[in-house]
Design a protein. Structure first.
Length: 252
């Protein structure tokens, strides 16, 4: 059987050093340490402001310091934001695994609800790229007023098929971060955002997730956007569209 460990380097790209901090964007925040649902110690930033809190699950590269600019733009739209790092990323302990990331986001949710006392009705999970798959898993266990997926793949296997068309892949990978199957089990309103020039996760995969998702749902196409410039290409309209959806998720 093919060694899955060999492919780990194509899945997780963590960085330990934090490069940017919320104060660099004049954001008031709190450093927090909390536990994943299996007890691993994790690190994050709680940036309070508005009625709704975005539980932000980032992609497979870097750490939370690479998302401060994004958090600042959501903050400017009136949202509170919780940025956290998966195990093995930033200051969080441990080493990243698929199952571990699911336990990490659940721990973050428990911290927001149990420690900070934020009602589930005011928490909105939002995931970019791999983080979208993590949000999909979370939404199969909890109901939310809304959820948001950005540049999310149908599955890791399909991304690898796209990136390595000439490389034979063991079918074991078909089960890793497989959102195409899980998304049919979700009944929370969902906004799916994808760039039509995404070179890493093809636009068609975003459309497929949308087609398989239950109602209510909205698909938002960012014209000309690739995988890593979707926020820039979407500009302010991108963030306002998310705010509009979260405020009235069943009316769109």
């Amino acid at each position: 059987m093919e060694d899955i460990g060999f492919w780990r380097k194509y899945i997780f790209f963590p960085e330990r050093e934090l490069w940017v901090w919320p104060e660099d964007y004049a954001l008031k925040y709190r450093e927090v340490w909390f536990r994943a649902s299996d007890g691993v110690l994790l690190y994050g930033w709680w940036i309070p402001k508005g009625e709704f809190t975005l539980l932000f699950a980032h992609g497979n590269g870097g750490n939370i310091s690479h998302r401060v600019d994004i958090a600042a733009r959501f903050y400017n739209e009136g949202f509170s934001v919780f940025l956290f790092d998966y195990r093995g990323y930033g200051k969080s302990k441990g080493e990243p695994t698929e199952r571990g990331t699911y336990k990490d986001v659940e721990g973050a949710l428990r911290y927001l609800h149990g420690k900070l006392g934020i009602p589930f009705s005011r928490i909105v999970p939002i995931g970019e790229s791999m983080g979208g798959a993590i949000v999909v898993e979370l939404c199969t266990h909890y109901d939310f007023r809304a959820s948001v997926l950005i540049s999310t793949a149908t599955s890791l296997f399909q991304v690898m098929v796209h990136l390595f068309p000439d490389q034979p892949l063991n079918k074991t990978f078909m089960g890793i971060y497989d959102s195409s199957k899980k998304i049919t089990k979700i009944h929370s309103p969902m906004l799916i955002i994808h760039g039509d020039q995404d070179e890493l996760v093809p636009f068609e995969q975003g459309r497929e997730l949308f087609q398989r998702a239950n109602h209510p749902k909205v698909f938002y196409r960012i014209r000309g956007a690739g995988h890593n410039d979707i926020y820039e290409m979407g500009r302010e309209k991108f963030f306002k569209r998310i705010r509009k959806f979260i405020e009235n998720p069943k009316s769109m």
